[in-house]
Design a protein around this ligand. Structure first.
Ligand code: C5P
Length: 479
């Protein structure tokens, strides 16, 4: 039995799995099992002597870069020329294409042209000894992630709807256990004919997806109506939607503010007080919130990280500068304070570089910085409906975090042990406990301890918690 290493999946797939599993309160592994079960149970497996009843393994990729593969069946119609462009459009989306030409298709495009564009051999015959010795039509039906039929002629659709298998294209379609996308192309009278209507209805019931046909002028002189095959770019986009379903976006319409990184508190123009925060956790939270559909404002102290895509980033140096930018970002629906803000700054920071003098060390007088989390949590007017703080502790983690939750007035605290032995500060992994006031009874604080995770996983899990809490108890909109 094959085993699947989640870690080795594409980032997009991992994000999708993490969000989906967190939303459904399942482990990622369990979620993968559920997805596989749904896939298998939601599909009638045709019983053939060639195939065990277990699901087929993923297709073998011939190109290291290709992320998905498609079997493209080109039917016989004048629109077949557009399928040449479709091959190109699919390949630019890193989708591998293997093509099958019906006999009629070869009247419109040549196997040579198709093969040159797809960089693969082209399949034309059901009884081709070269490919059929190992049941080639079964492989073409299953060694792919999606089957596209473009153009899907009235005849091919009729065969499909009735389960015929008298040529390679129809045999593949009958043996398929992958999603099928049809791009019909035919004369408007054929498209409107009762027989075609019946076939379309049957194929829709069978779970086949249609793209088009579009309306417009037909190849036949003077004829117009519905029956033009969709453009290659439309078909490629439809294929992409089926191959890479969108990540759930539970935070669409929400504005999220996040602070991250350390602050630098100047001593003089060249020296400063800082801490070891890398900003990785806050940046990961910003990316996860953005992936969940939120509008994200990230206020970051000095870090060595790239700005996350699609996020508005305000770069700041000191705690006071950070507070200014946080206040400027209000109102928001959710505020997450992951920054390691310096508690103190130098009161008498020099305008000029401090010099060594015979008088000895210059006295550094420290004054307390504003507590940004407390300031925002205790706001009267603009307090965000959900305020989340972090508690990085080196001892008595839970007790200190509980006290901090009460003292600072936020709703949740993410507590993590940052003692040097954990390697959390600057590292890639984190072990956290989520403390929340809301879910505990009688003012109790609920403590939810998570296993060791990467900072990206912690971020995804936290954002999924936020999304679930919104679903359970919708926030008052930010004003
Ligand atoms: O008191 P302590 O620094 O441990 O509190 C940590 C939490 O408070 C974090 O969420 C941090 O971002 C926030 N904080 C703040 N402003 C400060 C100090 C801490 O927002 N001046």
């Amino acid at each position: 039995m094959a085993s699947l290493t989640i870690r080795k999946l594409d980032e997009g797939v991992k994000t999708y799995l993490r969000l989906r599993s967190a939303m459904n309160r399942r482990s990622v592994e369990e979620e993968v099992r559920v997805i596989l079960r749904e896939l298998i149970e939601g599909r009638e497996e045709p019983l053939t002597p060639f195939e065990p009843s277990a699901p087929t393994p993923s297709p073998q990729r011939t190109s290291a870069l290709a992320e998905a593969s498609v079997t493209l069946i080109i039917g016989g119609g004048i629109a077949a020329y557009k399928s040449l462009d479709l091959i190109r459009r699919l390949k630019e989306r890193r989708i591998e294409v293997r093509c099958v030409l019906t006999k009629a298709a070869q009247q419109f495009v040549t196997p040579l042209a198709v093969s040159a564009l797809s960089h693969e051999r082209v399949y034309t015959d059901l009884f081709d000894p070269q490919s059929e010795f190992d049941a080639g039509h079964i492989r073409l039906a299953r060694d792919c992630d999606l089957i596209i039929v473009a153009p899907a002629t009235a005849d091919l659709m009729a065969k499909m709807a009735n389960g015929h298998a008298d040529d390679l294209a129809s045999a593949i379609l009958l043996a398929a256990n992958r999603k099928i996308l049809l791009a019909p192309a035919m004369n408007p009278l054929m498209w409107g004919n009762a027989a075609t209507r019946r076939n379309v209805a049957q194929l829709t019931r069978d779970g086949v997806t249609f793209i088009g046909p579009n309306s417009g002028e037909m190849a036949e002189a003077g004829e117009a109506g519905t029956g033009r095959m969709s453009e290659a770019i439309e078909i490629a986009a439809a294929a992409e939607r089926l191959l890479r379903p969108p990540v759930p976006r539970p935070l669409v319409g929400k504005r999220v503010l996040i602070t991250a990184g350390p602050t630098h508190e100047p001593i003089d123009p060249v020296r400063y007080i800082a801490n070891r925060s890398s900003g990785k956790q806050g940046f990961a939270i910003a990316a996860a919130a953005q992936a969940a559909g939120a509008e994200v404002i990230l206020v970051s102290g000095p870090v060595d990280l790239d700005d996350p895509a699609g996020v508005t980033v305000r770069h700041v140096e000191s705690a006071r500068h950070m507070l200014e930018q946080v206040e400027a970002a209000l109102p928001v629906d959710i505020a997450i304070f992951a920054a390691a803000v310096a508690d103190w700054r130098v009161a008498n920071a020099g305008e000029q570089k401090l010099k060594k003098t015979s008088a000895g060390m210059p006295p550094l007088q420290l004054v307390e910085n504003p507590d940004i989390l407390t300031t925002i949590s205790k706001m009267k007017d603009k307090r965000p409906p959900l305020v989340i703080g972090f508690a990085a502790e080196t001892e008595h983690l839970i007790d200190n975090a509980k006290a901090k939750l009460k003292r600072k007035g936020c709703d949740w605290i993410v507590a993590n042990d940052v003692s040097p032995a954990t390697g959390v500060m600057g590292g890639d992994r984190n072990t956290v406990h989520l403390l929340s006031k809301n879910s505990g009874k009688d003012g109790d604080i609920a403590v939810d301890s998570w296993p060791v995770m990467t900072k990206e996983q912690v971020a995804t899990e936290l954002i999924a918690h936020v999304a679930r809490s919104l679903a359970d108890k919708p926030l008052e909109p930010a004003t």
